[in-house]
Design a protein around this ligand. Structure first.
Ligand code: 9MR
Length: 358
């Protein structure tokens, strides 16, 4: 009888021998199903009508998160109106294909609509707006979105709370009170949908540094005072091929020891691009090893319960425009939806006998 590990070996042989797109013998989600992790990716609703995009997504992942479609600038075209159209498309696709949905994000100081940023609101007005936003969006998606990034990227590289619209410019009435505004957002979120898992999501805090120390201290404080927080999202936008997964594993261990889950939320490994926008062959192999070691670090810890990539095909990734075309090739599938070495490394890790099926 073929078990996932044997099927993987068959796939590896197939992929090694051809550059054509192959339908894998076992997919990422099939390999992940028997383990404790969900395997997810960020998606753009406008691409769900592209056949290869939708087919690859449905075949490989059991969790999706809208890359932008649940952010303020999409959901709040103006103060009085909510637009759930794009987010609903993502939720519908997930339902049709037996996937879970992660929501992203309710409180962030980036990409907010102009009417909000330049509205000259008082702290009391902003507080009302934020509470209404969290409540309305979470109630709309209750039962559809199982976990939310409630607050995104609120800390600076020194672990200090960033100056922001929500904190102190002018803030919601809790300026100069450290993480109090974050706590308030989590309390409103819990009231809105008590079933949803509530995450704090952060960048460049995957290893051990001042920012991850501050997250650890905040979560410890929140747990002690019973502030409703269920998890920490570690983004993992990686640009170094010598990425240190020992520190990642140590950070996952200390966070989960506090009784919260860890989700890897925005994994990608960008590479320098040469002439013609192509990444080097050696870099693609090294990239695969980074993916492998990140997946390994998560699988080692029962409290690390989801691994999500920030997109899945090199055809569509934020890295290209962000780096003005100098970097890219960051995801597990190439621009033609062919699995890359990174894909094979993830699949191999997910298929390891230790994950309970062999
Ligand atoms: O990939 C996202 C891009 O399409 C948006 O323009 C941008 C601003 O909203 O956000 C990008 O996603 C970010 C995520 O929401 C939070 N962590 C960093 C991600 C990459 O910038």
């Amino acid at each position: 009888m073929f078990r996932p590990w044997h099927q993987f070996c068959l796939l590896a042989a197939l992929v090694a021998g051809t550059s054509a797109a192959v339908a894998p013998a076992i997919t990422l989600r099939q390999a992940a199903d028997p383990s404790h992790v969900l395997i997810g990716t960020a998606v753009r609703p406008s691409l769900l009508s592209e056949g290869a995009y939708a087919a690859t997504l449905a075949r490989e992942f059991n969790m999706i998160e809208p890359e932008d479609a649940m952010k303020w600038w999409v959901t709040r075209p103006n103060a009085g109106t909510f637009d759930f159209g794009p987010g609903d498309e993502v939720a519908r696709f997930a339902k049709d294909h037996g996937m879970k949905v992660r929501g992203h994000c309710l409180v962030w100081d980036h990409n907010n609509p102009d009417w909000l940023v330049h509205g000259d609101f008082t702290p009391a007005e902003l507080s009302n707006l934020l509470r209404q936003h969290i409540t309305t969006v979470m109630k709309h998606y209750a039962g559809q979105v199982f976990a939310w990034d409630v607050v995104n990227e609120a800390l600076d590289e020194n672990g200090q709370v960033k100056n922001s619209l929500w904190y102190d410019e002018p803030g919601i009435g809790l300026s100069k009170k450290g993480t109090a505004y974050i706590e308030q957002a989590f309390r409103w979120a819990h009231d809105a949908d008590p079933q949803a898992l509530l995450f704090y999501n952060e960048a460049e805090s995957e290893g051990l540094n001042r920012k991850s120390d501050a997250i650890y201290a905040m979560v410890k404080d929140f747990k002690r005072r019973r502030v409703p927080i269920d998890g920490v999202g570690l983004q993992l936008h990686i640009s170094q091929l010598d990425f240190d997964t020992t520190a990642l594993a140590a950070n996952i261990a200390r966070l989960t020891a506090l009784g919260v889950q860890v989700h890897i939320t925005e994994l990608d490994v960008s590479l320098p691009l040469g002439a013609g926008g192509v990444a080097g062959k050696d870099d693609l192999q090294r990239q695969a090893e980074v993916y492998r070691s990140v997946v390994h670090a998560c699988l080692q810890n029962p409290g690390c319960t989801a691994i999500q990539t920030w997109g899945f095909t090199d055809k569509y990734s934020w890295i290209g425009s962000h780096s003005r075309g100098t970097r890219g090739a960051a995801l597990p599938f190439d621009r033609a939806y062919r699995p890359k070495p990174a894909y094979n490394a993830i699949l191999q890790e997910l298929s390891q006998p230790k994950n309970g099926t062999q």
